[in-house]
Design a protein around this ligand. Structure first.
Ligand SMILES: NC(=O)c1ccc[n+]([C@@H]2O[C@H](COP(=O)([O-])OP(=O)(O)OC[C@H]3O[C@@H](n4cnc5c(N)ncnc54)[C@H](OP(=O)(O)O)[C@@H]3O)[C@@H](O)[C@H]2O)c1
Length: 299
């Protein structure tokens, strides 16, 4: 796997952490509903090992995937970790007995979450911890993150966290958090059909802060678009490969963490760095979000 196929390299601002722009998101390794163990434990180990073998050096995870299970599988597959591997985790909630996502933002809960990530990943310090806002289930919504972000900044000063990021946040929340501690990345929902963050991406690019879209392929509702399929056929790639290549083209601060539980899909995803999108095709792909918006029910 050549470097170009992993989209080139990116250094998180103000850090010595440099990663390929194409990484891997581990959430799909948990059981159904991101709850419980992987449906195929050996396959989960194989996907992680194949990713590293291909040069992936950026893995996104959380101790609330499973819960605990995904971090434990990462540790089993990859520990001791090779030099240069960046593990990014997130905190903000715990799981209930039926898999419920229960917000957990108090000092005690955040501290416990950081310790649980350290233990289950088997590290002394976490490379990057994202604070995931939960003011709305539908997406970013205004609300103060001052208290919980201050707790994470304290844990950073104690040496348990190297760098901080944010998830599911607004532009104002990013600006407010940066007054407390440096923010190296933002992880929000964004893909070809959901482009609410266009302005935020450009804003972050100006300060070289990484933008790491979750659900880059649509997540639990895979992207479906006849335009995407038609352009992909013309370029002789799959629609999912093209959706990721479009993200790489979208902005220089875009880092990818597509999720998959399959080695075949992993290989497809790691091959997208060499896809060239001609201007006419780019224009057609840019039209997808506009038509998705027009088709959405108006409230
Ligand atoms: N911060 C947050 O709130 C948040 C929320 C959600 C996710 N995340 C992170 O973002 C990462 C990415 O999101 P995601 O995994 O939920 O969604 P995603 O990457 O948009 O989509 C994953 C889905 O796409 C399928 N897929 C992957 N590669 C494919 C390919 N080449 N061809 C066809 N299908 C393919 C996967 O199925 P197979 O398993 O069959 O390949 C899976 O069903 C997660 O792993 C997680 O680390 C963060």
């Amino acid at each position: 796997m050549t470097e170009a196929n992993l989209g080139g390299r990116y250094t998180f601002p103000g850090t010595n952490l440099t990663v390929h722009r194409i990484g891997y998101g581990a959430m799909q390794l948990a059981g159904p509903g991101v709850f419980g163990p992987p449906k195929d434990h050996a396959a989960a180990l194989a996907v992680l090992r194949a990713a590293l073998k291909a040069g992936v050096d950026h893995i996104d995870t959380s101790d609330f995937y499973g819960p605990h299970v995904v971090n434990q599988v990462i540790k089993e597959a990859l520990h001791p970790y090779p030099k240069g591997l960046v593990l990014v985790t997130k905190v903000s909630c715990v799981r209930g007995p039926k898999g419920e996502w229960i917000p957990a933002f108090s000092r005690e809960e955040l501290t416990a979450a950081v310790h649980s990530n350290l233990k289950n990943l088997g590290v002394d310090a976490l490379d990057i911890v994202n604070l995931r806002a939960m003011f709305s289930i539908h997406g970013p919504a205004e609300g103060s993150l001052e208290e919980p972000f201050t707790v994470l900044a304290d844990l950073q000063r104690q040496g348990l966290i190297k760098h901080l990021g944010l998830s599911n946040v607004t532009s104002k929340q990013v600006a407010d958090a940066r007054k407390i501690a440096p923010v190296v990345c933002v992880q929000n929902l964004y893909n070809l059909a959901h482009r609410e963050d266009d302005a935020l991406i450009d804003e972050l690019a100006r300060d070289h802060i990484a933008y790491v879209p979750f659900f880059p392929l649509g997540g639990f509702t895979p992207l479906q678009s006849s335009t995407l399929s038609d352009v992909a056929t013309r370029l002789e790639v799959t629609p999912m490969q093209l959706a990721q290549a479009w993200l790489l083209h979208r902005a220089p601060n875009m880092l990818l963490i597509p999720g998959t539980s399959s080695v075949k899909h992993l290989e497809e995803n790691l091959a997208i760095g060499s896809i060239k999108i001609p201007p006419q095709a780019l224009q057609e792909l840019d039209g997808i979000a506009a038509s998705a918006k027009a088709a959405a029910p108006q409230h």
